[in-house]
Design a protein around this ligand. Structure first.
Ligand SMILES: [Zn+2]
Ligand SMILES: [Zn+2]
Length: 264
């Protein structure tokens, strides 16, 4: 049985609230289809469709009941704002940084933007906790590589994109490459540990849950292998009402609206 990374914690932690902003109103929906808010269809067969936002034609398996499809680039429209925030935050707790990013405009409930957000948050927390890194280069690589991991990676390619995002972070801080023997193992061990932690809890996909798990694993690994310690908080999740597939009590981050611990 793989180790469970996040478990229900009894102590309350309200410290994350100070950095969380409520999402601003936006013309696009944050849940379901960005265009109309209806449920998304994950089809067996890819079809050719124009992106409802930029108009470019893509092959896709994911579109809404009304046929809207939004490409990964348009889904990640938050990228420049998120990078700006990451550059300028001095917060040391990567979970607080992550939760702030989650609340930014155009960061959706689920979506491939999380594949860049995870390594972006991690390189930022690494810098903020004294890790030696060429930060601007690292941040660019985090988003360049993360944005190449498409939406639906968990269910179609067999590895959650947030887990791959943690692996991207490890590649960046170790300056890894496919040919470097001494660093080849480590990032893939990080990804594997993330996948162990995620599959110990189970699906279906929740980009918030897996992003938090990936950060927890990467923080632990960073302390073990790089000697850099990052403080980490464990606030209860506030996304269950926005997540149609929330697994509620099976999720280690689930809490009741009034903040009370759920009965076992
Ligand atoms: Zn739609
Ligand atoms: Zn597009």
């Amino acid at each position: 049985m793989p180790k469970r990374y996040s478990i229900k914690r009894k102590e309350k932690d309200n410290s994350s609230k100070e950095v969380i902003k409520k999402p601003a109103s936006d013309q696009y929906h944050l849940v379901g289809c960005i265009v109309c808010g209806k449920d998304l269809i994950y089809a067996e067969q890819a079809i050719s469709r124009p992106c409802s936002i930029c108009g470019q034609i893509f092959e896709t398996r994911v579109y809404c009941e009304d046929g809207h499809f939004v490409c990964d680039v348009c889904h990640s429209a938050s990228k420049s704002d998120v990078k700006w925030f990451l550059r300028h935050t001095f917060e040391k707790d990567p979970i607080k940084i992550l939760l702030h990013v989650f609340e930014m405009e155009k960061v959706h409930m689920h979506g491939p933007e999380h594949h860049s957000i995870v390594p972006g948050v991690l390189v930022t927390a690494y810098r903020n906790n004294g890790g030696e890194i060429d930060y601007e280069k690292a941040l660019e690589l985090a988003f360049e590589r993360g944005s190449q991991v498409p939406g639906g990676y968990c269910g179609y390619w067999g590895a959650c994109g947030a887990a791959v995002g943690a692996g991207i972070y490890a590649c960046i801080v170790l300056d890894g490459s496919p040919l470097k023997k001494d660093t080849w193992n480590y990032p893939q061990q990080v990804t594997a540990r993330c996948l162990d932690a995620m599959t110990a809890i189970g699906g279906p996909r929740c980009c918030k849950r897996v992003s938090r798990l990936a950060i927890e694993v990467a923080v632990e690994w960073t302390k073990e292998y790089l000697g850099v310690t990052m403080p980490m908080s464990y606030p209860e999740c506030t996304y269950y009402e926005r997540n149609r597939e929330c697994i509620h009590n099976d999720c280690p981050f689930f809490g009741r609206p009034d903040g009370l611990e759920q009965e076992a």
